[in-house]
Design a protein around this ligand. Structure first.
Ligand SMILES: C[S@@+](CC[C@H](N)C(=O)[O-])C[C@H]1O[C@@H](n2cnc3c(N)ncnc32)[C@H](O)[C@@H]1O
Length: 325
């Protein structure tokens, strides 16, 4: 199969307005972060896909420069790089943007798996410490239970990236994360996640109130004490559950190491009859967890930032505040 034949490439090439709006948001973030870049630090590591649409937008905005032959300019080879798991995707990408450094592997492999005893070295390690890391996955959040313990491989990836940004010195960074929003987890995992959320609702009243306003009282009641598998919820409801759970789970994983701020918590796609997949996308800032800040306050701040301004991108590409009540 050629790069052109991959379903994910056709979806990306469709240039839906909501996806274009997300890329524009990414470009704003990357432009802003470029201004404070530490000398020698890579700016942007991305799963850009074969067509590199996010990188082409950076070029259009003058954040990176392309030569007349549309190759990446030599100075910018140190600023941006890609990770691509598909061999066909890599071939196509090398034609799209010659000169771009591409790690031909899964990001999980680049990070040397989830083991705390195995770490990337050399170039791979340097790029994993980029100021902005864009994980634009064309898949949903997979999860399972190991014994009683919830396992989410994507959270392991984020955890490892967060650790790598502390070694050898702490570099603040931003994660851009995009996932399909279908929740297809086993029932036991859903019950475990319900318990995890409930624990937070009962300990953090302000978080519970924000979540109830966000999803509405009926869905909130289901989050607290329901028994339905979430795959039966509407696309919109599944997106909202993920918009609560994902930032909360990231905040828990890096608690005490990083103070996270959810700068954008967005859903788009999934409207009936449009054929677009329901998606969620986040911009999460990882800041030093200053000693002066109480770890609990930092954690609650992260939770509240996640649901204080949830957004919805309509099919026409316009942003709206997303609230059920
Ligand atoms: C959604 S597309 C990227 C679209 C691009 N960011 C854009 O704005 O058009 C995701 C790309 O990442 C690749 N990919 C998916 N999962 C990956 C993984 N775990 N590691 C590396 N590459 C992956 C896919 O083959 C695909 O080309």
């Amino acid at each position: 199969m050629t790069g052109h034949g991959r379903g994910v490439d056709s979806a990306m090439n469709a240039d839906r307005p909501a996806k274009t709006a997300i890329r524009s948001l990414w470009a704003d973030v990357v432009a802003q972060e470029k201004t404070g870049l530490v000398a020698g630090q890579p700016l942007y590591l991305t799963l850009c896909g074969a067509a590199a649409k996010d990188l082409l937008l950076l070029a259009e905005r003058g954040i990176i420069t392309l030569t007349e032959t549309r190759a990446l300019s030599a100075p910018d080879e140190a600023l941006v790089a890609a990770v691509e798991s598909s061999a066909d995707g890599v071939l196509e990408l090398q034609r799209t943007m010659p000169g771009l450094k591409v790690f031909q592997q899964r990001i999980e492999e680049m990070l040397r798996g989830s083991s705390p005893f195995s770490w990337p070295e050399g170039e791979a390690r340097r790029w994993c410490r980029a100021k902005v890391v864009n994980l634009d996955f064309n898949s949903s959040l997979r999860g399972g239970l190991s014994g009683d313990w919830p396992q989410f491989p994507t959270l392991d990836v984020i955890d490892k990236l967060a650790d790598l940004h502390t070694e050898p010195s702490t570099q603040e960074w931003l994660l851009l994360l995009t996932l399909q929003a279908q929740i297809q987890w086993p029932v036991e995992l859903i019950q475990s996640v319900r318990g995890f959320l409930n624990d937070n609702f009962s300990h953090h009243q302000s978080f519970a109130e924000l979540c109830e306003r966000f999803v509405g009282p009926v869905a909130f009641e289901d989050l607290v004490s329901g028994e339905l598998p979430w795959a039966n919820l509407s696309s919109e409801a599944q997106q909202r559950v993920l918009m609560i759970f994902l930032p909360k789970a990231v905040a828990s994983r890096v608690r005490g190491r990083w103070r996270i701020e959810v700068e954008a918590n967005i859903r788009y796609g999934g409207e009936p009859g449009t054929g677009s997949a329901p998606m969620c996308s986040w911009v999460i800032r990882f800041a030093r967890d200053a000693r002066a800040v109480n770890a609990n306050d930092a954690y609650l701040g992260a939770l509240n930032s996640a649901v204080s301004r949830p957004q919805y991108i309509q099919a026409d590409g316009t942003f709206h505040l997303d609230r059920a009540v």
